[in-house]
Design a protein. Sequence first.
Length: 324
Amino acid sequence: MTLLQVEDLTTSFDTDRGELRAVSGVSLELDRGRTLGIVGESGSGKSVLTRSIMGIQPRGPLARYDGHVWFDGVDLMSLPPRELRSIWGRRIGLVPQDPMGALNPVVRIGRQITEVLRYQFDHDRRRATSMAVDLLEQVGIPDAADRLRDYPHQLSGGMRQRVAITMALAGEPDMLIADEPTTALDVTVQAEILALLRRLQRERDMAMILVSHDLAVVGGLSDEIAVMYAGRIVERAAAHVVLHHARMPYTAALMVSTPRLEHARHTRLAVIPGRPPDLISPITGCPFRPRCDRATERCAVLDPPLGGVGGHEYACWEPIDDGW
C-alpha cells in the first residue's frame, strides 16, 4: 500500500544572484514497510528534498514550493504549520545527519527523550521515563537508566546517533527519514547503526527513506534507489538493478569512486572530474554533460527526460550498455 506519493515537487530559493532551484520536478512513491535510498553528491538536493517532503524547510517570500506531497492520503503541501507539527514525530520521524547539533548540549538525554514522549502521548513523567529506558535498550545502549542522566557530550558519536534514533522513533512514526545517519561515524559503528535501522524498520513495519552520498551504504538496506543530480532524479530502479546494471553514467561514476577492499594499498582513488553545476545559472542540455565522457552534441542542447522500461528509469541520451 502506497504511504508516500510525491508529484512534481520543486523547491526554489531567491538569492542575491537569482533563483536557485534546489529540487526540480521530483516524483516518487514509497510503500509501507519499504525502504527508498536517495543517493548523490553533496549539493545534489537530497536533504532539501526530504525536508521539503516533511514541510520543515523555512517558508516565506524567499522560498517557493510547487507540486504535491501525499502522505497517507493527505497533501502535506496544503497543511498549515500547526497541522504539520502534529505529523512531525508522530507520523514522520527524522534522524538528523549531525546528532550533536540536533541534541541540546545543556539538557540531559533523559529529559530530551521524555519531553518528546510527553508531548506526543501526554504521558506523566514516570511513564515517560520508563518508556525512555525501554527505547534506549531497544537501540542497544547499555545501562540505559544511567544514560538518562548523561549530557550529549558525555556520549560517543555512535551513542549520540542511537539517542537521535530513539527520539525519532519515540512517536512510533509510520515513516522514518534517515538523513546521512552514518556520515561522521567510523566503519564499525556505521555498520552497527545500519543494522540497527534495518532491524527497527522491520520490527515496526515502517517505511524508510535513507539519504546518503554512498551507494554502498544504501545498497544493502534499500528496496529501491533513486540517484539525484542537480536537484533532480537521474536514475531510479530496484536496488540490485542500480548496483549491477546502472545505465546513467553519473551513477556508474559514483560506484567507481567508492573505495574497495580488494584494491591494492595506495591505489589512487577514482574521482568524478569537474564539479556539480551552478543551480542558479541556466542549464542547457544534460546537467551532467560537462563531466561525462559519453556526451554528444545532443547532450549539449537537449535535457534528457527520465524514462525507461521494466521499472528502470534513467535520464540519459547515451546510457551505458546493460550489464556494464
